[in-house]
Ligand binder design. Structure first.
Ligand SMILES: O=C(O)C1=C[C@@H](OP(=O)(O)O)[C@@H](O)[C@H](O)C1
Ligand SMILES: C=C(OP(=O)(O)O)C(=O)O
Length: 413
């Protein structure tokens, strides 16, 4: 194993598409992520009447500060929560009738605090089924702005959506947040808004966003730090070494912090200005770790935990139960299939290493992270297969090939 080429960040690509669509001018996104989530986001923009041009290495977006060109549209958000939560918020700032639907799992995932906040701001949001779930229709007539209170304790994406909307309102927004998970994602949002010429001010629990719109720019997308976690974990587990270029001390993504967890477990970690290297040392200690800020990497840690020298306890990850699947239950069920002792609670999981895990079929629940995480387990537990290996398409269609090419054997499906 050596240098690994990790595709672009899903979170950064989604935000960049929103910001580019709302900006005055043409934005170039360099090395955007091409995956089901981000293709779905770009397709949604096209349906709303934005022009998105694609070359192999860049996407070009014609911004429309006045909002979508289409007077009405029907947008399918697939399985992507960024698409399903950010696009209706973007559409609200325009003028027209926009319907949003999503996959069966995305229909189940919550949205209520965001739709409530939009309604509090005067946006006409109608649900076809249960409140706070897709499908929904936004009858858009621009947003005046003002003050709103938001509970983002289940998902920071509600806050990101409102922050992104702020500069598009007539008077600006003041968002008072009563609870917040996944804080580093909000920091990504604020940093990227700045790159597109907008400001966000913190006043205690409030986020204050003045009006003024966005300026188009050229924006280079960082490699995806959550995706990189599988390769870093593989190095820590097998005694190999992995270097990821483009993710270093200046990275925007909090999920790069997963390497600190690996360091605590015994791996050698070197974070440079524009690259990160993880090397396994043969030592993998158990630990207790709070993953509230980096919960997309909870399954990565759960998947290598059976090989630790002591118990691994992961805390404060309740919201992983409302992702692509209930990830605490999915990790526990699959680890048990491998013969590993596991306990879970409302917001935690504890894994007890014992006898060597045995091979089994992993039940993926259509969750890309369950596949990519247990592919790492497969490096030390022969005979692992997946009921749906292709669901990696959500964020990394080429995962299996890239994992094999990195010099780590792929478990046979
Ligand atoms: O804003 C984003 O791009 C994301 C925020 C996080 O979600 P939550 O805030 O719902 O935890 C993360 O899990 C998701 O993969 C991407
Ligand atoms: C939770 C995830 O995605 P999203 O919430 O953006 O659908 C993820 O990629 O792990």
């Amino acid at each position: 194993m050596a240098a690994v080429d990790i595709p672009g960040s899903k979170s950064i690509t989604a935000r960049a598409l929103f910001l580019a669509a709302a900006a005055d001018g043409v934005t170039t996104l360099v090395r955007p992520l091409r995956s089901d989530d981000t293709e779905g986001f770009a397709e949604g923009l096209t349906r709303l009447g934005y022009r998105v041009g694609r070359t192999p290495d860049a996407w070009h977006v014609d911004g429309r500060p006045q909002g979508p060109a289409a007077p009405e549209a029907d947008v399918y958000c697939r399985d992507g929560a960024t698409t399903a939560r950010f696009l209706p918020t973007l559409a609200a700032a325009g003028h027209g009738t926009y319907r949003f639907d999503a996959s069966a799992q995305m229909r189940r995932r919550p949205l209520l605090p965001l739709t409530r906040a939009l309604r509090d701001l005067g946006v006409d949001v109608r649900h076809e089924g249960p409140e706070g779930h897709h499908p929904l229709t936004v009858e858009a007539a621009g947003v005046d702005g003002g003050e709103v209170v938001l509970d983002a304790g289940q998902s920071s994406q509600y806050l990101t959506a409102l922050l992104l909307l702020g500069p598009l309102t007539r008077k600006g927004l003041r968002i008072t947040v009563t609870d917040l998970v996944s804080v580093p994602y909000v920091e990504i949002t604020m940093a990227m808004m700045r790159a597109f010429g907008a400001e966000v001010r913190r006043e205690g629990d409030a986020f204050v966003v003045p009006p003024g719109g966005y300026r188009a720019t050229t924006y280079a997308v960082e490699p995806d730090a959550s995706t990189a976690s599988y390769f870093f974990a593989a190095a820590a587990l097998t005694g190999g070494e992995v270097t990821v270029q483009g993710l270093g001390s200046g990275a925007l993504q909090g999920d790069l912090g997963f390497v600190d967890v690996l360091r605590r477990m015994g791996a050698r970690v070197d974070v440079g200005s524009d690259r990160t290297t993880v090397a396994g040392t043969g030592e993998l200690r158990g630990l207790t770790v709070n993953m509230r800020d980096i919960s997309d990497t909870m399954p990565t840690l759960a998947a290598i935990a059976p090989f630790a020298s002591g118990p691994v306890r992961i805390e404060d990850v309740a919201n992983t139960r409302v992702k692509e699947c209930d990830r605490l239950d999915a990790c526990a069920e699959n680890l048990r299939r491998l013969g590993v002792r596991v306990e879970t609670g409302p917001d935690w999981i504890e894994i007890h290493p014992g006898a060597a895990p045995v091979g089994a079929e992993i039940k993926t629940y259509g969750d890309h992270r369950i596949v990519m995480s247990f592919a790492v387990t497969g490096l030390r537990a022969p005979g692992i297969s997946f009921d749906d290996p292709g669901c990696v398409r959500k964020t990394f269609p080429g995962f299996h090939e890239a994992f094999a090419a990195a010099g780590v054997e792929l478990p046979r499906g």
